[in-house]
Design a protein around this ligand. Structure first.
Ligand code: WTA
Length: 574
């Protein structure tokens, strides 16, 4: 099915935590992994305790948990310090009356304060909702409204994007910055932290109690709140060990922002559950800064995304040569298809095999992966991790034989599986419509040797630079623009970003197509929703293809764009 299949890059790792894939799978039992955690004595648990306090109390107090740097700061935070700063934040929330199960959102740039706030929220049993700092008002509003958050941790710079007046349930705005003059309902983070006690009575929770809400896009409707529970730690710990291959001496860097699931599952939980030193770099992407982050911190394990690797590739091999990257021993990728070309390049310039991993916000943790001990077939996502089973199903739930394309599905359950979609049980059920399986929405096939190969999305969800964007959200914003009558949005293939957002727009009477108007419409989405959600291409049309019930037919737009046959148009309006 794929002539790339013939290409194999041999495994080199001999000291990986997972020696042989087949060995690890046979007789695998999650209950063995569970024994790692203290709930076996108490029946109760807390993710933040397992990630930080446990290590701080077991001799790692002075070990660096976090190396943080950006253009103006350069700090090392020990496990001991992370324990006390998260304790303090837990106390700040408790004093405000925040309780177990309440939703607390965090909307700020990556800094040590963000991590203290995130862990402190979890320590008191509240549910944390991380928001990417690029979100604009509409995106923030939708998430806070849906979750009925009681508190938000943000900065004075981002505060204008939080529509506090319209959110009656939002009682506390905690501001992180210098010289904060806290108004009504506002709290000065630094002032409160300075006064708060170092000691906190941790809220011991049940493993099925809420941990985190990650909002993500589907093809219809507003973003959905994917709800995860403390039990996910089993998978985060285990995949951190066997997929990231983390060992005590590792310095690990996950480049993702905690606003996305990669930045929490693998930017917070997995590395700290494994007692590793975590690296966080604030600020925007710049190849030189990235390489110097690896060089300076002697990063050993690096987890990033195809778009970033492609951007590094286009920055040229000379840029790589200016840095000493010899500390690297394991490199991984997630979020979008990893081009074989990038894998070959990684081998050449980093002398590293880039290991693709597949998973989703909904799955909470990695599921299909290339292990250190496994030969890589460039272009393949790898094989299901021990304790899980993946298959390709037809639309009726029948398992398809190798080399047949179909729905990529995972046998339920696994420890980090989402437990609900916030406020939307019907949406949740859709993922499990084929009995016994979680249906991912991706299409793929499996080759004869059990490697999985990604083919595309089954629905209209757009993946631009690894970020999931729902076309409906963008369309809804577009039609708020005074010139826009109707809008249909698709993902258009792009060599750097995987896909870019393209909008087809019909204008209201009285408006004429122009480049200025295109720029203005794009700006409108950028400033109202998020920069990454703004269309990079706009095409004006007199009319958009619609069903008789008035739904814009994105598949026809896509076919137009790609010059493909439009298929069955029997349901189209005139
Ligand atoms: C896509 C990110 C190809 C896929 C952790 C999935 C991938 C969606 C890969 C989830 C991969 C993720 N190869 N495509 N290795 N990993 N995807 O929720 O379409 O932001 O359904 O989770 O990204 O995106 P999400």
């Amino acid at each position: 099915m794929n002539n790339e299949q013939a290409e194999i890059i041999k495994a080199t790792a001999t000291d990986a935590n997972l020696r042989s894939y087949e060995e690890a799978r046979s007789g695998f039992d999650w209950t063995e992994v569970e024994k790692h955690f203290s709930w076996h004595a108490t029946g109760k648990v807390n993710m933040a305790y397992e990630a930080i306090d446990r290590h701080a109390e077991a001799g790692l107090r002075d070990k660096v948990a976090l190396y943080y740097s950006d253009a103006t700061r350069d700090e090392a935070v020990t496990y001991g310090k992370m324990k006390t700063s998260s304790n303090k934040f837990g106390n700040v929330l408790r004093r405000l009356g925040v309780k177990k199960g309440d939703r607390v959102f965090i909307f700020m740039p990556r800094t040590p304060e963000l991590y203290a706030a995130l862990l402190g929220t979890i320590k008191i049993g509240a549910i944390v909702g991380p928001l990417f700092e690029a979100f604009m008002e509409q995106a923030v509003r939708d998430r806070l409204e849906d979750s009925q958050a009681v508190a938000i941790v943000t900065t004075p710079e981002l505060l204008p994007r939080v529509p506090v007046k319209d959110l009656p349930h939002l009682k506390h705005v905690i501001l992180v910055g210098d010289n904060i003059q806290a108004g009504p309902g506002q709290v000065d983070f630094k002032g409160e932290m300075a006064q708060a006690s170092d000691e906190l009575a941790i809220e011991w929770v049940d493993r099925e109690d809420g941990l985190i809400l990650h909002y993500t896009s589907g093809s219809t409707g507003k973003p959905k709140g994917v709800f995860h529970v403390h039990n996910a730690m089993i998978q985060h710990y285990y995949t951190g060990k066997i997929v990231l291959d983390l060992k005590p001496g590792d310095v690990y860097w996950c480049t993702a922002d905690p606003g996305w699931v990669t930045g929490t599952s693998y930017g917070v939980f997995a590395p700290w559950l494994n007692g590793a030193t975590n690296v966080v770099r604030g600020g925007r992407f710049k190849p030189q800064d990235w390489y110097s982050t690896i060089e300076k911190n002697k990063v050993t394990v690096w987890y990033s995304a195809p778009t970033s690797f492609r951007m590094l590739m286009s920055a040229g091999d000379e840029t790589v040569e200016q840095f000493d990257l010899s500390s690297l021993r394991h490199v991984l990728s997630v979020g979008e298809p990893l081009n074989p070309e990038v894998v070959r390049w990684g081998l050449k310039v980093y002398n590293q095999r880039i290991h693709d991993t597949w998973w989703m916000t909904e799955t909470g943790g990695q599921l299909i992966c290339n292990y250190p001990s496994m030969d890589i077939r460039p272009g393949s996502m790898g094989k299901p991790i021990p304790g899980t089973e993946a298959a390709i199903l037809d639309d009726n739930g029948n398992v398809l034989p190798p080399n047949r394309m179909g729905n990529l599905a995972i046998k339920t359950p696994w420890p980090s599986m989402m437990r609900k979609i916030w406020n939307n049980p019907a949406k949740y059920e859709e993922y499990f419509r084929l009995t016994g399986w979680y249906v991912s929405g991706d299409s793929a096939y499996m080759d004869e040797d059990g490697y999985f190969w990604f083919q595309g999305r089954v629905d209209d969800v757009i993946n631009t630079s690894g970020e999931r964007v729902g076309p409906f959200e963008v369309e809804s914003k577009l039609v708020e623009h005074p010139a826009v009558a109707e809008a249909g949005v698709i993902g258009k293939p792009d060599p750097l970003r995987g896909e870019i957002i393209k909008a087809f727009i019909s204008l209201r009477v009285g408006f004429e197509p122009s480049d200025e108007l295109k720029a203005d419409i794009a700006k409108f989405v950028k400033e109202g929703l998020a920069a990454h959600a703004a269309p990079r291409e706009i095409e004006f049309k007199d009319k958009l293809p619609k069903t008789r019930s008035g739904k814009i037919m994105r598949r026809v737009l896509k076919a137009w764009e790609l010059g493909l046959p439009t298929g069955d148009l029997s349901t189209i309006e005139d």
